[in-house]
Design a protein around this ligand. Structure first.
Ligand code: DON
Length: 310
């Protein structure tokens, strides 16, 4: 049963208190050194609804590196540009492998398993690079319009850090190019990919900007069509099966919402026909998902009966 928004605010605050020390069970990502500088005990949660309400608790207005959550925006832009032909270059199956694994990509001849593992997001970055004269600006403009905030920007320190430590992503991109599944020059593809990962946003901004996925592709704030209902369904399906990487099965089993995490500690969950939950807490578990974020989403989903499998 979905409660009114005042009850939810109280619930969010209570939930945060239950997580007080739980961040100690995870570790902040340090394979991108700039991310390791973030304070581990920050935590926030936002809930935005398609009928225009928003509540938050903790550090929900503080910006963080959205990292892989950016893969959702890139995917929607690429779907809008390429239509069904996109699905000849990337599949929609769970990978069952870590998000930056390279093993499967060789067996499967340079076709990534899905658009939300790194190989898939690099493929999407290639599509955007080749379809836009300035893909980075197009990406930022897309997000700024969705969030209704022109101040959203790229964190240049994180961008530089990703660029310097991006050899595995480069390897994935070159491997796909060797199978003719990347068109643009690799440095350009990587630069776009690292740019979108380095965008800084708050829980509040992310929740607002993803409402269209809970509303059949229409942004309820502006009433603009962001993607077709069919594509909104497809994105939610991919997030349900692959958005939490090789913990997606467990997340579906215990929470039951399309969701996406990022190694900056952000996590978003889409509640179709209702709204979006966004949490942030930097320490991650072994799969790269935020420990506290998963607890918070599980808690609020349980409390409000939000699972799509009910
Ligand atoms: O390419 C990377 O490894 C990072 N920029 C993004 C990875 C990420 O967020 C995976 N999420 N859990």
């Amino acid at each position: 049963m979905k409660k009114n928004i005042v009850d939810i605010q109280t619930k969010l605050q209570a939930l945060l208190l239950t997580q007080h020390d739980n961040y100690l069970q995870g570790a902040v990502a340090d394979y991108i050194p700039a991310l390791a500088k973030v304070k581990p005990d920050l935590m926030g949660i936002s809930v935005a609804t398609i009928d225009g309400k928003h509540v938050g608790a903790g550090d929900y207005q503080r910006t963080f590196s959205i990292q892989s959550i950016s893969k959702i925006f890139g995917l929607v832009m690429a779907m809008n540009r390429m239509g069904d032909s996109l699905w000849q270059r990337v599949k929609m199956e769970p990978s069952g492998q870590p998000f930056n694994s390279i093993i499967q990509l060789e067996w499967e001849k340079g076709i990534p398993r899905n658009p939300v593992i790194n190989a898939g997001a690099l493929l999407i970055s290639d599509v955007l690079t080749t379809h836009y004269s300035s893909s980075k600006l197009a990406f930022l403009t897309f997000i700024r319009n969705l969030a209704g905030n022109d101040a959203i920007r790229v964190d240049n320190q994180v961008y530089q850090s990703e660029l310097t430590h991006g050899n595995r992503n480069a390897a994935l991109a070159y491997l796909m190019k060797s199978f003719d599944n990347i068109e643009a020059e690799i440095p350009k593809v990587l630069s776009h990919y690292f740019t979108q990962c380095s965008v800084a946003m708050s829980c509040q901004q992310l929740a607002q900007s993803l409402l269209f996925l809970a509303n059949k592709g229409v942004d309820p704030k502006s009433k603009k069509v962001i993607c077709s209902p069919k594509d909104a369904h497809r994105v939610n399906a991919i997030l349900s099966t692959s958005g939490m990487y090789d913990q997606s099965g467990e997340f579906a089993f215990s929470v039951g919402l399309p969701a996406k995490s990022g190694v900056g500690g952000g996590l978003i969950a889409i509640v179709p026909n209702y709204g979006v939950i966004c949490t942030w807490s930097p320490p991650l578990n072994e799969y790269g998902n935020s420990v506290v974020g998963m607890n918070l989403v599980a808690g609020i989903a349980e409390e409000l009966g939000l699972s799509i499998y009910h």
